[in-house]
Design a protein around this ligand. Structure first.
Ligand SMILES: NC(=O)c1ccc[n+]([C@@H]2O[C@H](COP(=O)([O-])OP(=O)(O)OC[C@H]3O[C@@H](n4cnc5c(N)ncnc54)[C@H](O)[C@@H]3O)[C@@H](O)[C@H]2O)c1
Length: 337
């Protein structure tokens, strides 16, 4: 039995808490949020105790693992605080807002001998996993071009932190980092990045980017992201010498509802739905916890999370400079942000 504490009672804290509360070998020992009312509300729903601070929670509960579901810029202080106690850590993606913080977090956890898992959940979506298997089996021959899309409404977080580009990194660092991680998992290291985006202007509450990746293997990927649509959807297409693999979530979700003006409703962040009993977030957390119990390497490591950040931050630099970015050179100087 593992005792797990969740910090953050927002969109992802609710998603993690819900999955953890359903696991047989897990005790969800508490929900922490600086907004105590929010923690209490989620705690009531999930049958877990609520705390206003992390310090109160650790004083009153035995803990093995802490899941950090906080706004990105405060992942680092919490990762370090939790590592100080020797608890293993699950941290939502992106690991940090900049590469310096991310590297320090990884090193800190290593020094404290605690495991650091990062929520790159796309590696647990069955359709993505299956596409990777089809590619690896050689069913479509060598892949030449990959195209991915991930988009929905502009997200709302606590204190509207997603709209603050310096905090969230916009949709490139916050959302299509999922596709960067998945594509790197499939095709290896990236050589060059070129990206375009709508002008930054979050007061309009839209964001749209197209990122072109050239992999060292020769594969070209077009990664499209949008915070300008009403409904959250994802799709991909991998074109190889002898075939194509494709998926479109808008055609595979069994029941779909799109209300009017969803983007104005203050309804948080779209989290992909799944008709499966164990949704991808459940599978991801179950996997991380089994790695704690059996002392195994996870399917996605903290170094993978760092590499995904490198690609995302290189894309942000390309958007800013309007020039392509060579990833090895970018990585050598540790990126800019
Ligand atoms: N894996 C995914 O699919 C996915 C989806 C959405 C968001 N995310 C990531 O998850 C993280 C959290 O995002 P979210 O949408 O849940 O944010 P959110 O704003 O909805 O929730 C964050 C919560 O943290 C609380 N909080 C803020 N500062 C705190 C502090 N110092 N101590 C305690 N509580 C504090 C806030 O009150 C809020 O309830 C982000 O890094 C985001 O990028 C991942």
């Amino acid at each position: 039995m593992l005792n797990v504490l969740v910090i953050g009672a927002g969109t992802m804290g609710s998603t993690h808490g819900d999955a953890l509360s359903k696991m047989e070998n897990v005790s969800l020992v508490g929900i922490v949020d600086k907004n105590l009312e929010k923690a209490k509300e989620l705690g009531r729903k999930l049958g877990a105790e609520a705390f206003g601070t992390y310090e109160e929670a650790i004083e009153s509960k035995p803990i093995d693992v802490v899941s950090i579901c906080l706004p990105t810029p405060i992942h680092k202080p919490y990762v370090e605080k939790v590592a100080d106690q020797g608890f293993h850590i699950i941290c939502e993606k992106p690991l940090a807002r900049n590469l310096k913080d991310a590297r320090e977090m990884i090193d800190y956890c290593k020094a404290k001998k605690v495991k650091l898992f990062v929520g790159h959940v796309v590696r647990f979506f069955p359709e993505y996993v299956q596409a990777k298997e089809v590619i690896e089996q050689g069913s479509i021959g060598n892949v030449a071009v990959a195209r991915t899309y991930r988009g929905g409404a502009f997200p709302y977080g606590s204190n509207d932190w997603y709209a603050d580009y310096e905090s969230s990194g916009g949709l490139v660092l916050d959302m299509i980092i999922h596709d960067f991680d998945f594509l790197r998992w499939c095709f290896g290291e990236v050589e060059r990045v070129y990206a375009k985006s709508v002008e930054k202007g979050n007061e309009r509450r839209i964001d749209y980017s197209l990122v072109t990746l050239r992999f060292k293997s020769g594969v070209i990927a077009h990664v499209e992201g949008s915070w300008a649509h009403q409904t959250f959807t994802t799709n991909f297409e991998f074109a190889g010498e002898t075939g194509i693999v494709e998926h479109d979530s808008s055609k595979s979700v069994p029941v779909r509802f799109a209300g009017r003006n969803q983007s104005q409703s203050g309804g948080g962040v779209a989290v992909p739905e799944s008709p499966l009993k164990k949704n991808p977030y459940y599978l991801e957390l179950e996997h991380f916890l089994s790695c704690v119990e059996s002392d195994r390497e996870p399917i996605v490591t903290a170094e993978d999370a760092y590499k995904a950040m490198e690609i995302a931050l290189a894309a942000l630099q390309s958007i800013e400079t309007k020039k392509e970015v060579e990833l090895d050179a970018f990585a050598r100087i540790g990126g800019v942000k």
